[in-house]
Design a protein around this ligand. Structure first.
Ligand code: DC
Length: 685
């Protein structure tokens, strides 16, 4: 996941390959709750790991459920079986509507039957999302519910600590036109009380007003039936839970891939030319027979021009008609995925209108306003109303930082604007908000997208040994979400690989052509793997060895061989991948990436550098002598800058940074300022 302040997506060129979807958010949280309310253990597979499921799991644990992790996306939930092992808890539910609403209903009922009191709260935005209609319905049954902040909104408390009698014989009325989650919450929770009394109690729910987002109710009903509760539906206005209904664990239940998340990749396939060698985009995790309503996004995408075929659990998407065809669509049946249509509309042959989307206004953010503001930044003309949005594609594209309103869907949608014909990069602010449903969204996107090599930015940080360039480069890469190339490590690895084979790296021996050729051959075929934590050479963890002074000296010697430098050229270029690269070394700016948009040449006084290296070694428990470190540094500086090939020197267009008296933080800030000043396209409008 990108935890950077912003993520710059370079202009994208094509797409091709396969993406595996994370589990569906709606299914994951419903399944977790149902498993928690059931008797016995349920094995849940392919569960979504995201902010919203995490808060649900935390809440269930607090309520006394046992949850065992079995592997990635696989856990076993042992339910409370309609009992209430914990009668008092404060639950924090983040911004997860799919946790807040059903838990409010379930706990209100359980607290009323068994006696108990629970407080439910979330982040500030959660406290702006209405829940009054659900509370009214619960109060009509006799459940004590108290608002702890504003009337009609969380935080709230359910139950008053003692059992209360519930009135279940009259139909329960609930509004259906604000959020379908109120009805879902009641449907999921009310079977809890259908066994009360001698003969149990048939429970009727009447929907008041037009029921929106019906497909989500279908998911609820289908999952309830997997858990042994069959609810009778009369049109979309009455739901009947028969007396004595009981949740019965299905034993094992797989979670489908998220159909709303699929929409970004369906759109990608429709918008992006196929990468040569690929037949478009393949999406694994859902097929057209999915139980999720958002799968019908596919029809809308097809209407706009996408070519889609489906297998059991998989979709293939290819670009068809281009430009896309504008549409005018009632989107009530695909409220979440419809946001993706708004971005597809930017590539259409005329204005598109998305109607019946009033629910957008009460989601993670006011999504109608958000989509309008952000589409305008790209040059589109946008009209918005209470329940519609009309988007006219840009005649001239522009770009500006996309604000994401802590809304995962806004962030994911606008990544698709990177295919704009003006080849402008797109900046997504706060990219980590995708963690709500798709933590690795951007990684998955970059994995199957291509950009022109020159459009993938490289920041070069060159300089002498111990100037702090490694630390600076790593910090820049972290701040920008870019890949990191520690080119020194490659030369060090060549040195280590040679020594492992007992090949000399002494200067005199390297003079022999055959020996030099052998080492170059080794460099060209290095079996290295970099992970976030370690460096592997021939599958052996060499992270420690690579950093040793001996490896540094060996590197300095083998790196003076032009054959070795040539052998490592391609390997270094392979690091230039989306969304960008920070490369540190000696010749990044002069030889390897001469067209890099930012080159920094970092120096510091040699004494100063010797002291820093000394400190570093001591802190790792390695004994060292400043004077000999100083002498070594001077020797390396001399060799690195006097060698014939790619000697250490600043590129002509490099920014010089002497950090002798600067902190790392100061250096990072300085380079970030240089970088931002080269990103004038993102100057805020
Ligand atoms: O940056 P470092 O200390 O890890 O580099 C080790 C040696 O590798 C350095 O003395 C010179 C060589 N090197 C190089 O020649 N070119 C690079 N781009 C990086 C390192």
């Amino acid at each position: 996941m990108y935890s950077t302040a912003f993520l710059d997506i370079p202009p994208l060129l094509s797409a091709g390959g396969t993406v595996s979807l994370p589990g569906s958010k709606s299914i994951s949280n419903r399944v977790l709750l149902l498993a928690a309310l059931s008797m016995g253990a349920t094995d849940v597979k392919d569960l979504l790991d995201s902010d919203d499921t995490r808060v649900m799991l935390d809440a269930l644990r607090q309520l006394g459920c046992t949850i065992q992790h079995r592997g990635e996306g696989h856990l076993t939930v042992t339910g409370i079986g309609g009992k209430l092992p914990v009668t008092n808890a404060k639950l924090f539910l983040g911004n997860a509507g799919t946790a807040m609403r059903p838990l409010t209903a379930a706990l209100a009922l359980l607290a009323s039957v068994h006696g108990g009191r629970f407080e439910l709260s979330g982040i500030a935005r959660m406290h702006e999302r209405p829940i009054g209609d659900l509370v009214e319905a619960l109060r009509s049954l006799g459940c004590p519910v108290e608002y702890l902040g504003n009337e009609g909104y969380p935080p709230l408390a359910v139950g008053n600590g003692t059992p209360v009698a519930l009135t279940l014989d009259k139909p329960i009325k609930v509004r259906g036109d604000v959020s379908s989650q109120f009805l879902t919450a009641l449907l999921l929770a009310l079977p809890l009380v259908s066994s009360l009394g001698d003969k149990g109690q048939t429970i009727k729910i009447d929907v008041v007003g037009e029921l929106i987002s019906r497909p989500y109710i279908e998911i609820t009903l289908k999952l309830l039936s997997r858990f042994g509760v069959n609810i009778e539906r009369k049109d979309w206005s009455r739901f009947v839970i028969s007396a004595g209904s009981r949740y019965l664990s299905p034993g094992e239940i797989p979670v489908e891939g998220d159909a709303s998340s699929a929409s970004y990749f369906v759109a990608l396939g429709a918008i992006a030319p196929a990468t040569p060698g690929y037949d478009g985009v393949t999406i694994e995790g859902v097929g057209l027979s999915s139980i999720q309503g958002d799968i019908r996004f596919v029809e809308a995408a097809q209407a706009m021009g996408a070519e889609v075929t489906s297998e059991a659990n998989r979709l293939h998407v290819r670009r068809g008609q281009w430009p896309l065809k504008a549409i005018d669509l009632d989107c009530n049946h695909i409220p979440d995925a419809a946001m993706t249509l708004a971005v597809m509309a930017l590539y259409a042959d005329g204005p598109s209108t998305l109607r019946n989307i009033a629910s957008w206004r009460v989601k993670e953010t006011d999504r109608i306003a958000a989509m309008a503001i952000e589409c305008r930044k790209l040059g589109a003309k946008v009209e918005e109303g209470d329940d519609f949005i009309r988007i006219t594609p840009p005649t001239a594209w522009s770009t500006a930082p996309i604000h994401t309103y802590d809304d995962h869907r806004v962030a994911m949608c606008f990544s698709l604007a990177a295919f704009n014909p003006a080849r402008l990069p797109v900046r997504i602010d706060d990219p980590k908000c995708v963690g709500k449903t798709f933590p690795d969204y951007f990684e998955a996107l970059f994995d199957i997208c291509e950009a022109r090599t020159d459009d993938v930015p490289v920041i070069c940080v060159d300089g002498p040994s111990a100037s702090g360039k490694g630390t600076l480069a790593a910090e820049l890469a972290t701040r920008l979400g870019y890949h990191l190339l520690d080119s020194g490590a490659l030369y060090r690895l060549v040195g280590i690989a040679a020594q492992k084979r007992q090949w000399s790296t002494e200067e005199a021996d390297l003079q022999h052509e055959a020996h030099a050729a052998q080492i170059a051959e080794l460099a060209a075929n290095l079996d290295v793997r970099f992970t976030a934590e370690a460096i592997f050479l021939d599958n052996e963890d060499v992270s420690e060895a690579v950093r040793s002074e001996a490896a540094g000296m060996a590197a300095s010697r083998v790196s003076s061989l032009p054959e070795v430098r040539k052998a490592l050229f391609d390997l270094q270029h392979q690091f230039r991948q989306l969304p960008g690269l920070v490369a540190d070394g000696r010749d990044m700016g002069t030889t390897i990436f001469p067209n890099a948009p930012l080159k920094v040449y970092l120096t510091a006084d040699a004494r100063q550098r010797a002291e820093r290296r000394h400190k570093q070694l001591i802190s790792k428990g390695i004994s060292a002598n400043i004077d000999s470190l100083y002498a070594d540094l001077l020797a390396r500086d001399k060799r690195d800058s006097s060698r014939q090939h790619a000697p250490l020197k600043p590129a002509e267009d490099a920014e010089l940074l002497d950090n002798s008296s600067m902190t790392i933080e100061d250096s990072v800030e300085q380079v970030m300022r240089w970088w931002q000043s080269r990103q004038q396209v993102f100057a805020s409008k």
